[in-house]
Design a protein around this ligand. Structure first.
Ligand SMILES: Nc1nc2c(ncn2[C@@H]2O[C@H](COP(=O)(O)OP(=O)(O)O)[C@@H](O)[C@H]2O)c(=O)[nH]1
Ligand SMILES: [Mg+2]
Ligand SMILES: [Zn+2]
Length: 330
């Protein structure tokens, strides 16, 4: 028994617990909620209510979810301390979705954006030439992230010859498709309806018209558009950082820099079939529960569908290539 007026000795660990409790108390004292709209090295732009602030972030940021990439990205919901306009970002709320790519430099996961619910994957019908293999990768990455993809073929004012041979593959797979021209505004009504009320990431190669489409959705964005070099047909990189923009009405859109490649992250070849809706449809009918739909010849419903033309051989080959790549990454 401790003598009256003298505090009993603290049990081991209690001081630390009190300290932690104290720290928690301090951090909940005066915090604000915001959403990251752009990241510039050590500073982030954050929407806090009606206000846009540029703030630094704590070196030891507290992530409230178990995240793979401990760096702030656009779309992150954050807690800030301080008083306007002197804020510091102290914590990051659990991310509901993350679109993750494997960094081509380090091989590590890099989150492109957090908390988006759908993605518009943009390809031009020409200049730059559409890249269906990259399109397949981006679609798979969206499925893996739990983000609904919409395919947008832009620049239809230049004709659709570049996609006529294979656009049907994506219709058969059940993807929503919009054909647009940011230049003539054709198809823009459908695209606007598709993004209204959602948080939508625009992704795809450089020069396909992502920024132009967003400017056509809302001219107030005044996003810089690239110029197409006549000689190479390649867009110049004008969007250098992703940014989150509020839509008039409700929702947000995210403009992203162009991607040349997109490394897949954090799932194995056996999950891939679930991310190819057209392959999955036939895989469900396959006689072998553990069929990889690749090497087996007899009774594979997927291979049979390719042979009869019910499943696109181009999509099937894309599936095989990605499955091999994922198996190598093991
Ligand atoms: N002909 C045509 N050109 C377009 C269209 N959309 C964008 N562009 C042009 O394509 C170039 C690249 O556009 P940009 O929006 O910067 O592409 P991003 O890199 O995907 O953001 C610019 O010169 C745009 O004017 C379109 O629908 N038709
Ligand atoms: Mg751009
Ligand atoms: Zn099979």
């Amino acid at each position: 028994m401790a003598a009256p007026g003298i505090a009993p000795p603290l049990p081991p660990g209690a001081a630390r617990k009190l300290l932690l409790a104290g720290v928690t108390l301090i951090s909940v004292k005066e915090h604000h909620h915001g959403v990251v709209t752009a990241v510039f090295g050590p500073l982030v732009r954050v929407q806090v209510g009606e206000e846009t602030v540029v703030a630094p972030f704590r070196r030891r940021l507290r992530f409230l979810g178990a995240e793979e990439d401990l760096r702030l990205v656009v779309g992150d919901r954050v807690l800030l301390e301080g008083r306007p306009p002197q804020y510091v970002v102290t914590a990051v709320e659990k991310r509901t979705t993350v679109l993750v790519r494997r960094s081509p430099e380090t091989g590590r996961p890099r989150v492109v954006a957090a908390n988006v619910d759908q993605a518009v994957v943009v390809m031009a019908t020409s200049s730059p030439e559409p890249n269906p293999r990259l399109l397949d990768r981006l679609l798979v990455a969206c499925h893996a992230a739990g983000i609904s993809p919409i395919i947008c073929f832009n620049k239809i004012d230049q004709g659709t010859a570049g996609i006529d041979g294979w656009v049907g593959d994506y219709q058969d797979a059940g993807y929503p498709i919009v054909l647009t021209s940011a230049r003539t505004a054709r198809g823009m009504g459908a695209l606007k309806r598709a993004v209204a009320g959602h948080t939508t990431l625009f992704c795809g190669p450089s020069g396909v018209g992502k920024s132009a489409l967003l400017n056509a959705i809302h001219p107030g964005y005044k996003l810089r558009e690239g110029t197409i070099s006549e000689a190479t047909g390649k867009g110049r990189h004008t969007t250098t950082t992703a940014q989150l923009l509020p839509l008039p009405g409700a929702g947000f859109v995210v403009d992203t820099p162009g991607v040349k490649e997109f490394g897949l992250w954090n799932f194995g070849p056996e999950e891939l079939v679930g991310y190819f809706p057209d392959v999955a449809r036939w895989a469900g009918q396959c006689a072998f529960a553990d069929c990889t739909h690749a090497t087996t010849t007899a009774d594979c419903a997927v291979k049979a569908a390719v042979e009869t033309g019910a499943l696109s051989s181009r999509r099937y080959n894309s599936f095989l290539k990605l499955a091999e790549e994922l198996a190598r990454q093991r």
